[in-house]
Design a protein around this ligand. Structure first.
Ligand SMILES: *[C@@H]1O[C@H](CO)[C@@H](O)[C@H](O)[C@H]1NC(C)=O
Ligand SMILES: *[C@@H]1O[C@H](CO)[C@@H](O)[C@H](O)[C@H]1NC(C)=O
Length: 418
């Protein structure tokens, strides 16, 4: 049993801080106020995002957050007019009406507390070419997340919960954000749609739809989801609870009309909700896609597999690594087995570090973790520069050891010592 304790200690340490949206969550209103005051002195525009709220047409079209406040995005203009990175924020889902009501009072359900401007704080957005050789001078649109269901819901009437109205309008938000960016910011040229976690899933679910909406102004359109491939499997205890929760979100937010039509047609035997799952939606994507994911994703381990220090009794700890290894193979095979896997322009960076959103949003995940000698920063660079004909495959197929150091890639952030 001695060798089983570190993995539990690790799970406590890692999962405690594996929020879906690691950086934005850290920006509280008080911190913002201070930063905004200080930051205005001598600030370099390229290091800040400005908030754009969709107040006119957005409100008229009902593209609102859970609480009815306007949706929006943060924007940083780059030096290259024709290069656009659209990055969608994550932050989980709310699974029932009551949870959505609670969420409507937070920045994940309301724009009221969104900072009007904020520092560029992720390596993927950095304006420093040494940190971020690919995107440093691109226009960056960072879409706020406040609908609770990966920009997929569209319920016309507000839902009344405990006497308060809430709105399920994610599909309208995505539609209006893209329209606004096109018409008001002049988006054109090469566009990459990206996002992490719930935003990575949004990218997988809706890339083709956004591609169609922007097709009159784009010269190329590609997708680059981070940590958005969530396998919908039974948990460690054998309970298919996550599927139950996903199906509930699907019905509650009336998600179906926003999903991929070919997928819906193939699953028309009353299994349409599958098209709301990454593993099914992914198979239908026509947009060239570069998938960045852990095969041992920290959020998945905690929230889908239900493996935490509280939920695994000591006698079952030795089963954790074999379970994780089996699931990692499953995820790998789901990705490699997709019919579009070898499409021209598709690629991936699949690693085995137990992290979530590391690739976009932590310095370590960006340029320290490497797979086959290549960091995500460099793999993305190669994929972007290579144009649509370039298949970049950076797959890490290693499996965990049933004892320290557990992880099989020595460049991963280490499990903390006990
Ligand atoms: C949302 O639903 C309304 C009513 O059915 C429809 O008119 C509208 O086109 C839908 N919007 C999106 C973005 O799906
Ligand atoms: C997670 O595991 C705990 C402990 O085994 C269990 O009590 C709980 O019901 C599980 N959660 C779900 C949703 O299966």
């Amino acid at each position: 049993m001695a060798s089983s304790r570190p993995i539990l200690a690790f799970l406590i340490a890692v999962l405690a801080c594996s929020a879906w949206s690691p950086r934005v969550e850290a920006i509280g209103p008080v911190g913002d106020a201070v930063r905004n005051v200080l930051g205005r002195f001598g600030r370099d525009k390229s290091d800040w995002f400005d908030l754009v709220l969709l107040e006119n047409d957005g409100l008229k079209e009902g593209a609102v957050c859970l609480d009815g406040s306007p949706s929006g995005y943060w924007f940083r203009k780059g030096n290259q007019e024709n290069k656009w990175l659209i990055f969608i924020e994550g932050g989980g889902w709310c699974y029932d009406e009551r949870e959505c009501l609670s969420r409507s009072r937070t920045f994940l359900g309301s724009s009221d507390a969104w900072p009007r401007d904020r520092p560029v704080d992720r390596p993927l957005f950095s304006a420093d070419p040494k940190v971020n050789p690919t995107f440093y001078d691109w226009n960056i649109v960072n879409v706020g997340y406040c609908d609770g269901a990966s920009f997929s819901g569209n319920v016309t009437d507000p839902v009344v919960v405990d006497g308060k109205k809430i709105y399920f309008r994610g599909a309208r938000i995505l539609d209006q954000v893209m329209r606004h960016v096109k018409e008001k910011q002049g988006l054109s040229g090469d566009v990459i749609l990206s996002g992490c976690s719930a935003g990575g899933l949004t990218t997988i679910l809706h890339a083709d739809k956004v591609a169609a909406q922007l097709s009159d102004v784009t010269t190329s359109f590609r997708a680059m989801p981070f940590s958005g491939f969530f396998p919908i499997t039974p948990n460690f205890q054998g309970d298919p609870w996550f599927r139950v929760r996903a199906d509930n979100v699907y019905k509650m937010q009336r998600v179906e009309p926003s999903l991929n039509e070919a997928c819906l047609a193939d699953n028309a035997d009353n299994a349409e909700q599958r098209c709301f799952e990454a593993e099914h939606a992914y198979r239908y994507i026509k947009t060239p896609i570069f998938l960045i994911n852990s095969l041992y994703d920290a959020w998945t381990v905690q929230n889908i597999y239900n493996i935490t220090s509280d939920t695994v009794p000591a006698k079952d700890v030795p089963k954790v690594v074999p379970f994780l290894n089996e699931r990692s193979r499953l995820v790998f095979n789901l990705i490699r087995g997709a019919p579009n896997y070898n499409n021209v322009g598709n690629g991936d960076f699949l690693h085995s570090c137990m992290t979530h959103c590391g690739g976009c949003c932590t310095d370590e995940g960006w340029d320290k973790v490497s797979v086959k000698g290549e960091t995500v920063r460099d793999a993305i660079g190669r994929w972007v520069e290579g144009g649509n004909g370039n298949n970049v495959r950076t797959d890490d197929a290693c499996v965990y050891t049933n004892g320290p150091p557990y992880q099989c890639n020595p460049t991963c952030p280490p499990f903390p010592p006990i």
